[in-house]
Write a protein that binds this ligand. Sequence first.
Ligand code: CTP
Ligand code: CA
Length: 223
Amino acid sequence: IDAALSDGPLKGKHVLVTSGPTHEPIDPVRYIANRSSGAQGTAIAKALLALGAKVTFVTGPADVPPPAGVRVIAVETANEMLDAVIGSSPADAAVFAAAVADWHVANAGDSKIKKDKSGLPKLEFAENPDILATVSQMKTGRPALVVGFAAETDDVIANATAKRLRKGCDWIVANDVSPSTGIMGGSENDVTLITADGAEDWPRMSKDATAAELATRIAKAIT
Ligand code: CTP
Ligand code: CA
């Protein structure tokens, strides 16, 4: 890590970032997943690094490569992501930018399902652990600042405000990811930061600029 960077306001602070999608196997060749390029999570990790933080980057199979200079833990499933997050705790702050699959396939098999065998497969789903809620509600060793994301298509502010309270995190970065916004897969974001003090609408800007602003806020909050 560059000496100049490690002298920033987050010098000596450990920040955990989750990013990318998770993949939940159906069989050895198929999976279910959420859509996520990993672009926003990667930009956040870079911005935290630029302020001098030590960053642990827990990432699912993303399109964007992880930034240089962070400690990368590559995972595939939500359960693996939870284990990696717990295993790299404690942290001073944690940012949950991953698009975690809400369910895994409970009857996933070790052998490939053949389509000509016995008609359509009957997948059974089981709920995945909520990593953000688990960390937010830790009795000991909770990060001083826990930041979640809420990618919504309807009633963005109301849904995200309720999500912040339900999960017990400090901040929620909310955005409207309806296809017409072009945000999913694009280079820009348009977010509202929801804290205990209310909702703050940020201008539409690049994912890098959004990340820089968030990292600056995090530094102010924990130093
Ligand atoms: N999250 C998580 N673990 C999960 C699901 C979500 O850590 N199993 C985190 C995401 O990384 C994000 C936040 O929780 O920071 C909100 O995710 P979201 O999918 O919007 O919330 P859910 O509670 O899953 O609600 P829903 O998908 O029904 O809107
Ligand atoms: Ca979800």
